[in-house]
Design a protein around this ligand. Structure first.
Ligand code: GLN
Length: 235
């Protein structure tokens, strides 16, 4: 008995938003796998239960509504820790550093946001990438048509089929896409947003948050974190 209250007996229920490889995506057998999944599996093991993953829109995750309504115990979704989200969620210690990146089809001459004036730029709705781009476009008064897609798959599909000239998302996600689809897409520019991912629990769920942080710290100390990193992210 861990003493950590869980919404379902014998399970640690995780809310995520698919697909977000390499952090969470379905493998060829339909099983959800990835960097976040592997880390939360460690938490489940520590609690003596099995992780059960629920796929749900990112909006419900970042707004806290999924955790508050008892849909899941923990959110693991490549989610950046932000001050706004901290008002409605309690975040674990950071477990991953990320930046934003501008991807184009290989061979495209575009290297900067400025070169997208008069063109369409794709982003993923509700993400820090969308926020960053909308802010840049407004501040620099760039006449770019920013198009928001409902998930990463739709965004990548839009880029692949020329519905947008470029697309912004977290750098590791583009690196993974390039690994899976060699030669198709190139990272044209990076934006050093200094983001850090955190796992989230319902506000006030200190028992679970403490366990998550203990498991993360132990994994960093004993080399498990590095192994998981090498498996899902590479070097
Ligand atoms: N890291 C980004 C954010 O938190 C994207 C997360 C995601 O799409 N799963 O907004």
């Amino acid at each position: 008995e861990s003493g950590v209250p869980l919404i379902k007996t014998g399970a640690l229920t995780t809310c995520t938003h698919l697909p977000y490889a390499p952090f969470q995506s379905k493998d060829s057998s339909g099983k959800v796998v990835g960097f976040d999944v592997a880390l939360i599996d460690l938490v489940a093991t520590k609690l003596g239960v099995t992780q059960e993953i629920v796929d749900t829109p990112f909006e419900g995750i970042k707004s806290g509504s999924d955790l508050n309504s008892g849909k899941c115990d923990v959110a693991a979704a490549g989610m950046t820790i932000t001050d706004e989200r901290k008002k409605v969620l309690d975040f674990s210690d950071p477990y991953f550093d990320a930046t934003q990146a501008l991807a184009v089809l290989t061979g495209s001459p575009v290297k900067t946001l400025e070169e997208l004036v008069g063109k369409r730029l794709g982003v993923q709705g509700g993400t820090t990438g969308e926020d960053y781009i909308k802010k840049q476009v407004a501040e620099k008064k760039l006449d770019i048509e920013v198009v928001s897609y409902k998930d990463l798959a739709a965004l990548q599909q839009a880029l692949a089929t020329n519905q947008v000239v470029a697309a912004v998302n977290d750098l590791p996600v583009w690196n993974e896409y390039i690994k899976a689809n060699p030669g198709k897409v190139t990272v044209a520019a990076g934006f050093d947003t200094g983001e850090q991912y955190g796992f989230a629990v319902k506000k006030g769920n200190t028992a679970l948050l403490k366990t998550v942080n203990e498991v993360l710290a132990a994994a960093r100390t004993d080399g498990t974190y590095d192994k998981i990193y090498a498996t899902w992210i590479g070097d």
